[in-house]
Ligand binder design. Structure first.
Ligand code: HEM
Length: 441
């Protein structure tokens, strides 16, 4: 049995449950690529992995990623200068996607794939191909299962499997190299004559490859153990592949729609620019710090409101494993439910004037939705299976939007967006804006 949930109370009951956390079989088509990484695992495996991976999103780790966000968003902004003539409408989706890929590769795997400079890199091409195919399969029942996919689209199936092979080989190679580097650095550390001081140990908590090297998510996984045993390369690969998938398409969608909305709301843009100038000044080359980004409260409201109107993950699927009673309604075990976040977040009972772009509603003194129940404002889902990467995503989005506004005035050029619901929300018409350099004013 399948059920679509748009009722906020039922949504809250399911999301807040510690038991109803089993993923629906809707996601199975992703298994060839992502294995049973955190997104797709269930039961004990999910619990163990969630515990191991949670420290990877500690603020000390995120703090060092801010430098990567800054560098990659600067590359993106500079690459747009040639089109910033105040007249050209630019679709931000592909531009932001390349930036997001560079960012997640460096933070998840510790490698630069230079997607912004070299679109021919084999891994990047494979990832783009598979992401596009998977998005379409999600909404196409005739391609959802591997059996049907192979039968109805044999050529695309073969190419998808080839690309998955390319990605798996690349990720495995990176893991093997980092494992060797880790073993080498541990060997060197144990040969050191003097034990590190307490202060050094504390500082080095996240710096096992020497002071200059940044810690990537995969380094944390390499050092994790389950029942005293390290994770295998295969175990780590499914988690890294999951980050690569979850960590680039979603942020691409979030950033692209946000830039689109800011361009079309000059009063919001003016207030945002004022906040940015107050916190970091007007120099587009200023390196943004973690503190700077944390201080940008209005920007946070703008992003929240944009994610409400255009949630990158518009719906999620769960399988009910035991009967759920809600008032007079019983949901029987084995029901597959789809929780429709995009509809719930436009419910006028909770979000007055639901279709209006009003970032102020998220300020403490805003209307009722500022105090809205977190189980009803759900771009990152809520409860035990919420998005583990949400603080990472917020920082990345803040960094990119700030860099764009420091370089450019955003203009409302190009067609209106038309929502295209795939596994991640996109737009049939792209997300266009125009740009005018700030310094040329
Ligand atoms: C705007 C950006 C993002 C949005 C809107 C978003 C949204 C979500 C949502 C709604 C879920 C729940 C999925 C479900 O229950 O089926 C989720 C899960 C997850 N997200 Fe995100 N996400 C974003 C960025 C990221 C980033 C940057 C990462 C990693 C670096 C990430 C990693 C994950 C993982 C691993 C899960 C599975 C968590 C679990 O089941 O325990 N996400 N995300």
């Amino acid at each position: 049995m399948h059920l679509r949930v748009t009722d906020p109370k039922l949504c809250e009951a399911l999301l807040s449950s510690q038991h109803q956390i089993t993923k629906s079989s809707f996601y199975d088509f992703l298994i060839d690529w992502l294995g049973r990484g955190l997104l797709l695992s269930n039961g004990k495996k999910w619990h163990t992995r969630r515990k191991i991976i949670t420290p990877a999103f500690h603020f000390k780790i995120l703090e060092q990623f801010v430098e990567v966000f800054d560098q990659q968003s600067t590359v993106m902004a500079k690459s747009l200068l040639a089109q910033a003539d105040g007249q050209t409408a630019i679709d931000m989706f592909p531009v932001v996607c390349r930036m997001a890929l560079d960012t997640i590769s460096e933070t998840a795997m510790g490698v630069k794939v230079h997607a912004q400079e070299n679109q021919e890199f084999e891994y990047v091409k494979a990832l783009n191909y598979v992401s596009t195919v998977m998005s379409k399969r999600f909404v196409n029942p005739s391609q959802r299962t591997s059996f049907l996919f192979k039968l109805t689209s044999p050529k695309v199936y073969r190419e998808t499997q080839r690309c998955i092979g390319v990605m798996h080989r690349f990720t495995t190679q990176v893991i093997e190299k980092r494992r060797q580097a880790l073993e080498k650095s541990m060997g060197e550390a144990s040969n050191k004559a003097d034990p590190p001081s307490e202060e050094e140990e504390d500082e080095d908590e996240y710096e096992h490859y020497g002071r200059k090297q940044r810690m990537a998510f995969l380094d944390i996984l390499l050092q994790s153990t389950v029942d005293g045993e390290p994770l295998s390369n295969e175990d780590i690969r499914e988690e890294v592949d999951t980050f690569m998938f979850e960590g680039h398409d979603t942020t691409t969608s979030g950033i692209s729609f946000a830039l689109y909305l800011i361009a079309r709301h000059p009063e919001v843009q003016a207030r945002l620019f004022e906040e940015i100038c107050q916190i970091v000044g007007q120099d587009p080359d200023k390196v943004l710090s973690y503190r700077d980004l944390q201080d940008m409260k209005y920007l946070e409201c703008v992003i929240k409101e944009s994610l409400r109107l255009f949630p990158p993950v518009p719906a999620i699927g769960r399988e009910i494993t035991e009967d759920v009673q809600l008032g007079d309604v019983t949901l029987p075990a084995n029901t597959n439910v789809v929780l429709s976040f995009s509809l719930i977040m436009r419910n006028p009972d909770y979000f007055p004037e639901p279709d209006a772009f009003r970032p102020d509603r998220f300020f403490g003194d805003g209307d009722s939705s500022s105090h809205v129940n977190p189980f009803l404002y759900t771009p990152f889902s809520a409860g035990p299976r919420n998005c583990i990467g949400q603080r990472f995503a917020m920082l990345e989005m803040k960094s990119v939007i700030t860099k764009m506004l420091l370089h450019f005035e955003l203009l409302p050029l190009g067609p209106e967006v038309q929502r295209l619901t795939t596994i991640v929300l996109r737009s049939k018409t792209g997300a266009h804006i125009g740009l005018r350099p700030r310094c040329a004013k």
